[in-house]
Write a new protein. Sequence first.
Length: 438
Amino acid sequence: MNETSTGFEVKPEQRQSWVSIAMVWAGGMICVPCLMIGGVLSGGGLSIPQIILSILIGYGLICAYMIFIGMSACDTGLPVSVMAEGALGKQGARYIISLLLAFACVGWFGIQSATCGQAFASMLAGMMGKEASPTMVAVSSIVWGIIMLVTACAGFKGLKWLNYIAVPLLVAVCIYGVAMGFAQNDGMAKIAAYDPAQSAGMVFGISMVVASFALGGVISGDYCRFARSRADVVKSSIVGVIPAGLFMLMMGALLSLVTGQYDISAILASVGVPVIGLIALVSATWTTNVTNAYSGGLAMANLLGLDESKFTLTTGVAGTIGTVLAAAGLLGKFSAFLNLMSGLIPPLAGVLIAEYWLVNKGDKSRFQLRKGFYAPGVISFLVGAIAACITGGTFANFPALASVSFLNVPFFVGPINGIVISLILHTLLSKVMGTKAE
């Protein structure tokens, strides 16, 4: 493969240590959504051992596929959006990856805007001695959505420094919150006595954990292509993802268990850190959400065939859609959104891994970029995604589809099913249909 022809060649001096890449992953894991997902796990009735196992298995699965994708990116020096042209064809990669990125980023923007809006409304209502009304939450979500969107479009440089404050502050607030929660709410006794009557099960837990970083695992090659070796990809992925992910999800789960609440803003208020907690939550959400809006805008521009000069327009569209979803109550559909992400994104990893490691035997010289749509890859991804959604219970979250029996056939773990099916199918179809893209 001729790397220089793509314009994405990685020069030797651009290679980074595995520690610096691991820090990128760790920073991405320390965020509000991870706290929320920890709350979802405990809210689903999983026992403490089940929560820990779900986190380790879920992030272990993500690390497994991000390592294979990352090593191929390290070999080729290509970002995932370009490398995917080998598995899906240039047009297939453009539309599928851009659509997934736009969908995921807009959804996350909406959820985080709603989280921020709900926290802010709860604090204001608490100061007035009353509970936040749905209207107050919706208005607050819109206001914060607009603030985040404007800074995304304007490129507010102060956010870089805000991030340096937000990440350590969020970690400190979580540790303090858990400590106070245990002290004020007889936390040790609550944890010891915690015996949920009904559990959503390990499959639910693993799927939620996978969904929390599914997209990050697939696009890991964008960073891992700067690694110095395949071994560095392995080390940076495992060290960067699993410890930080385990810490944040367990913080969220423990905060939820000792306070008996899932609403992260209410939890922080109940353990005595309403103002500082709000500052940590808003600042951490703000810095992350600007990236969501920007990435969603770029993906939308690529999907529509526009160049990067139009990113302000498409970022504005992506952020506006997310803000409207936030005001409409997207936060109430958080589990459904996560389930959909865990069904749609992992099968893409299966196709990328199959193309480089099984079809091309992990040999960079055999790897080729294709034009148009590459049928084996596109078909394999679609079949894998549908299978993951059917076996993972994704359609059960949508009332119009929940009663359709053939769309809800629980089996094993949906994301794993999707990866395995897309991987095997791509390998077989590539042999049967040939290597030419349409």
